[in-house]
Write a new protein. Structure first.
Length: 705
């Protein structure tokens, strides 16, 4: 491995500086990069269909001559490319969406292999966005189709990967045979990916390579954990538990069993001489904050300071207020440190932290980015941390900068994914809501329902309640806030393709204009507020505050309200263009209502007819269980799209599919465990290659993190 890693692809025949540049644009610099450039799919030339035999709704491979020059048409945001092909049995229309370059790639008169799905278009059949390959000299087995990009062609990549495969040798396998068991050796697996004869070979090759990917990732997480534990001995927090109980008892409510269990787990971690590293997962409103405060109190009882990092200033202030109410009477000194705390105030907080007179500091990222010095740091809590991924943790732990760490997240993460994302941490789950909450009733409607919706909003306001309206974009002229339409269509499967193209036709409701409209035309007697990410922090805060105080009855906002703001009086959330949002994201948004005792509602507005969109919205209407919803999201859309996971630092696996490969993940995890137990530093000779791979992986994680 390590050798192929050092051979630049320009050493291969037919790759001059220009081609090397094209490869580099796709992240391929060395022969080993090239071997990891796996085909996106395979054409099976033995199972061709004659044009006269094709059926709508099926995937076919045809061998046909292009009989017209392909032409581009523009329709709204789409480029449509049309062409016709013919074989001995008939003719067929071909169409591509948003692949204008097809015009350059294809020539009338040439014979090609086309593979794609047949659709009925009125009375005609057409092949939609088919894969294309020149029908030159065909191979005995399957033909690999590479993802391309950067000007590369199938032919160039095919020749390059062929040469790279020639350099592969059996002794490059990082797994000794006993670990490999019934899996293919590495070189055979790579060969099976690039030059398979059958689909079952591809499967076997893929299995082995997915295993490698997942095992290295699991080893990395374990190494991070081991490192952290080695670097951080000594901060033992063993408070008088009866005092913690007294504090618990002083609360106006009793903790749920799930909160108690989580608190116990935290207290055990703190009492041990290993640094705590724990993730607390709990749906919005499950009561994570109080658990964190009690942990901070435990630290205080032992003379240690706690820092709590919130994602926004507003949230930091809310936390500060509740912390002061609860903890100040017990003698704890609580302070705020955010970007807007400046001058003398800032100076005094910094001094208080350095001298130890401040016990608990609550703030934003300013807490870690500034050179804040603590007198007796004991516990770091990050709340609602969407942006603190494995990579950042790897980087941080490399710096040895972590002490007892508690991460709290309201993003429900399916179990499998939690293993991938937080394999270096212990996990507590608060899977129970405080009593007396009525689940938010959720409805899915289309825009024809609007008049009734306005009446309903008015009714809520008349009852003294408040309303959120979420829009997918800030302004008409501006770009969208979630720029999720840039994905290449060809990467998606056909159901998703259909959803995307169906949904892309729907007009988007901009927050700025919609708010003006509502204020002037619908609710002139009420105050309709506006909140979006392009406003200055001060403006945002002022609006949030006005809403929290009830001065604003209806708040039109983009997704910036998503993160943890608490306005219990808000009982209705309307989401415009609900088709634009991920399932788990909608769930997260919905968590902004239903925080008080009054019955709350969420109305998802969408004119989408896409089957997939309908399914997703229905899931939300049917369930309020975040973990279930996240599982469904994973199921319907795949790991990459589950809300928050990108921000959580979902690793970019080349092959592994976290939904499909759960079985392999478990195997990889077990082996990682066995290896680390037997040889934590991977010093044994048979682990040498594994160590090299792991070192490479970690280096990359740290430099790219
Ligand atoms: P989240 O998990 O979303 O951070 P919070 O900690 O903000 O949830 O809690 C939401 C609300 O529930 C707060 O107003 C809090 O005071 C209240 N709460 C927390 N735990 C309980 C409990 N066991 N019983 C009743 N109310 C609770
Ligand atoms: Mg919270």
């Amino acid at each position: 491995m390590e050798e192929l890693d050092r051979i630049p692809i320009s050493d291969l025949k037919g790759i001059g500086p220009g081609r090397a540049q094209q490869f580099a644009s796709q992240g391929i610099k060395t022969v080993s990069d090239l071997l990891e450039y796996y085909p996106r799919q395979y054409l099976d030339e033995r199972t061709r269909t004659a044009i006269s035999d094709i059926q709508p709704g099926t995937d076919v491979l045809i061998r046909a001559r292009l009989i017209s020059e392909p032409k581009n048409f523009h329709k709204g945001r789409f480029t449509i490319t049309n062409a016709r092909a013919a074989d001995e049995t008939g003719q067929l229309a071909l169409v591509w969406f948003n692949q204008p370059f097809m015009v350059k790639n294809l020539k009338a008169g040439e014979i090609y292999l086309f593979r794609g799905r047949v659709k009925q278009n009125y009375s005609r059949l057409q092949l939609v966005s088919p894969e294309v390959r020149k029908a030159e000299n065909s191979l005995p087995g399957l033909v690999p189709v590479y993802p391309l990009g950067g000007g590369l062609t199938q032919k160039v990549v095919f020749s390059a990967t062929g040469q790279a495969l020639d350099k592969l040798e059996p002794d490059q396998d990082m797994l000794p045979p006993i670990y490999r068991q019934d899996m293919l050796p590495y070189d055979e697996a790579v060969r099976a990916m690039h030059r398979p004869e059958t689909f079952s070979q591809v499967e076997k090759g893929r299995e082995r390579l997915v295993f490698d990917e997942l095992m290295i990732q699991q080893l990395a997480l374990r190494r991070v954990r081991a490192q952290r534990q080695k670097d951080n001995k000594g901060v033992v927090i063993r408070p008088d538990l009866s005092k913690v109980r007294v504090m618990e008892e002083s609360l106006p409510y009793s903790l749920t069993d799930a909160q108690k269990r989580t608190l116990d787990e935290i207290l055990k971690d703190l009492a041990s001489d290993r640094a705590m590293s724990r993730l607390v997962q709990g749906d919005v409103g499950s009561g994570k904050t109080i658990v964190a405060f009690l942990a901070a109190y435990a630290a205080y009882l032992c003379g240690y300071q706690t820092a709590l990092m919130a994602p926004t200033e507003v949230l930091a202030k809310q936390h500060l207020e509740s912390a002061q109410k609860l903890l100040a009477p017990a003698g704890m000194k609580v302070a705020l440190l955010t970007g807007s705390v400046s001058g003398k105030d800032r100076q005094s907080v910094l001094e208080g932290l350095a001298s130890g007179s401040i016990d608990f500091v609550i703030g934003t990222h300013a807490l870690i980015s500034d050179p804040v010095v603590f007198h007796d740091p004991g516990l770091v809590i990050t709340d609602e941390q969407h942006r603190f991924g494995v990579r950042q943790r790897l980087a941080l732990s490399e710096k040895g900068a972590m002490t007892n760490v508690l991460v709290m997240t309201a993003t429900p993460i399916p179990r499998t994914l939690a293993m991938i994302l937080y394999g270096d941490m212990d996990i507590s789950i608060i899977d129970q809501m405080p009593p007396g909450r009525t689940p938010v009733r959720t409805f899915s409607v289309d825009t024809s329902y609007e008049p009734r919706l306005y009446a309903f909003m008015r009714k809520q306001v008349r009852a003294g309640r408040q309303v959120y309206i979420i829009c997918p974009m800030v302004e008409e002229s501006a770009g969208q806030e979630d720029a999720d339409t840039s994905e290449p269509y060809m990467e998606l499967d056909s159901e998703e393709k259909e959803e995307k193209s169906e949904n892309a036709k729907l007009p988007l409701r901009p927050a700025v204009q919609y708010r003006d409209f509502l204020q002037k035309e619908v609710f002139p007697d009420l105050t309709v507020g506006l909140l979006h990410g392009k406003m200055k922090p001060k403006e945002k805060e002022a609006v949030m505050e006005a809403f929290a105080l009830g001065h604003v009855q209806i708040l039109v906002s983009t997704t910036v309200v998503e993160v943890g703001v608490n306005v219990p009086n808000a009982t209705l959330m309307v989401v415009e263009n609900a088709e634009r949002f991920g399932l788990a994201q909608l769930h997260q948004l919905r968590g902004r209502v239903g925080r008080g005792s009054a019955e709350s509602f969420c109305v998802l507005v969408s004119d989408s007819h896409s089957v997939l969109t309908r399914k997703r919205l229905k899931t939300l209407c049917d369930s309020t269980d975040g973990f279930y919803i996240a599982e469904e999201d994973l199921h319907l859309r795949g790991a990459g799209d589950v809300f928050g996971l990108r921000q959580h630092g979902l690793p970019d696996f080349k092959l592994a599919d976290l939904y499909r490969d759960t079985g392999i993940l478990h195997k990889a995890q077990q082996l990682a465990e066995t290896i680390m137990e037997a040889d934590p530093d991977l010093n044994q000779l048979e682990h040498r290659k594994i160590r090299l791979r792991l070192d490479q992986f970690m280096d990359r994680a740290v430099t790219e993190g």
